[in-house]
Write a protein that binds this ligand. Structure first.
Ligand SMILES: NC(=O)c1ccc[n+]([C@@H]2O[C@H](COP(=O)([O-])OP(=O)(O)OC[C@H]3O[C@@H](n4cnc5c(N)ncnc54)[C@H](OP(=O)(O)O)[C@@H]3O)[C@@H](O)[C@H]2O)c1
Length: 342
């Protein structure tokens, strides 16, 4: 075995050490020094660059499996990570390659036989986009806003958490179809951001405005497509303002992820009278569409026709607080933790 040494910073990782009851806090995580990885036969050693912070990671902190297995206590947190190959004894990877995979929150690690790594094509755009706009989150926005939402010119499309990863992309995709696009966000800065940069015709701050009044004003002809990222009272308001035949792609329900009780959704009978088609989806079922999506979407971001905003926190030790802060709404755009220079 050959050992990979990095005098610049000692290797560090983040362990998951306590299941939260409600909101997670710092005591759920432990930052510790760890040995430098060793590159065995057929193995690949990578230097992590960007860690992706996603709402579904909260579900993985619970015991059992929802659609992704629960994290194991005492083991590192795992999420999508963009990394650079720093040693390889595997013919498929060379030093300097950019890759992504579901990897530990660690600065450097060995990937046995390189399994679970995906090479990033540098021609598509900056490497971090492989786990955001040109990766599964981008495809999630596409499937929800376009394939399931099926907006047509003149429709009104409403997207919650509009300034987030999915929201900023879904708004731009929906706008391309000739629909009117409106969104809800948690601050006035986010409201201005989505209207200026993400294709939204209008947006409102759900923390300071009555949702019924805002939807009445911004969607006077009713909602034809509601892409739900939030659930709860936001979904209830969308049901009240939906048109007959509306499509409701249900992407996520972040307003409930840290709650210990489930008060349910009121007004579901409106699905019958309004013939609403509500479709829950998980992007893992659509992964075969990723290469075609990447080829299509890469040119939009390269040409500047579309924008994608990253909210970058620096330093692996900041990752737990950055994850909690993301769920509390402090990020503008896609939250990543950069742990090394690219
Ligand atoms: N179905 C799938 O396969 C799939 C794949 C990826 C993501 N998702 C889901 O898609 C949704 C968005 O994910 P994302 O990665 O794009 O996250 P994100 O929107 O970038 O970040 C989460 C945002 O949720 C908002 N939020 C938190 N609590 C809220 C509440 N109580 N009410 C309203 N908004 C709240 C916050 O924004 P504000 O400041 O605006 O409140 C926060 O910034 C999540 O529900 C996620 O689970 C589903």
């Amino acid at each position: 075995m050959s050992q990979t040494t990095h005098p610049s910073s000692p290797n560090t990782r983040i362990l998951f050490v306590k299941r939260p009851d409600g909101w997670p806090d710092a005591s759920c995580f432990q930052t510790e020094a760890c040995p430098e990885p060793e590159c065995g036969a057929q193995d690949v050693v990578v230097q992590a660059l960007w860690l992706s912070l996603d709402p579904y990671l909260r579900g993985r902190m619970n015991a059992g499996t929802s659609y992704a297995p629960g994290f194991v206590l005492g083991k590192p947190i795992v999420s999508r990570v963009v990394a650079r190959v720093i040693a390889s004894r595997n013919d498929r990877y060379r030093e300097g390659d950019y890759v992504w995979g579901f990897l530990d929150w660690a600065l450097r690690m060995v990937v046995p036989r390189g399994e679970g790594l995906y090479r990033i094509d540098p021609a598509l755009g900056r490497p971090s986009l492989a786990i955001s706009a040109l990766g599964m989150p981008g495809l999630t926005a596409w499937v929800g806003a376009i394939e399931l939402g099926k907006p047509t010119p003149g429709d009104t499309v409403y997207i919650s958490s509009a300034a987030g990863t999915i929201g900023q992309l879904a708004g731009q995709f929906a706008k391309q179809t000739g629909a009117r696009v409106i969104g809800s966000v948690g601050s006035d800065d986010k409201r201005d951001f989505v209207v200026k940069h993400c294709g939204y015709d209008a947006a409102f701050n759900y923390k300071t405005r009555n949702m019924d009044e805002a939807l009445q004003e911004l969607a006077p002809n009713g909602i034809d497509v509601y892409l739900d990222n939030v659930g709860g009272t936001t979904l209830e308001a969308a049901l009240r303002h939906a048109n007959v035949g509306a499509r409701f792609p249900i992407c996520g329900m972040i307003s409930r992820y840290n709650e210990t009780t489930d008060p349910g959704i009121r007004g579901m009978q409106l699905m019958v009278s309004k013939r609403i088609r509500m479709t829950g989806y998980i992007i893992n079922d659509h992964v075969h569409k990723l290469p075609a999506y990447q080829q299509r979407a890469a040119q939009w971001f390269r040409s500047g026709a579309m924008q994608f905003h990253e909210d970058i926190v620096h330093g692996i030790e900041q990752a737990p607080a950055a994850l909690i802060g993301m769920m509390q709404g402090e990020a503008m755009g896609k939250r990543l933790v950069q742990v090394a220079a690219a």
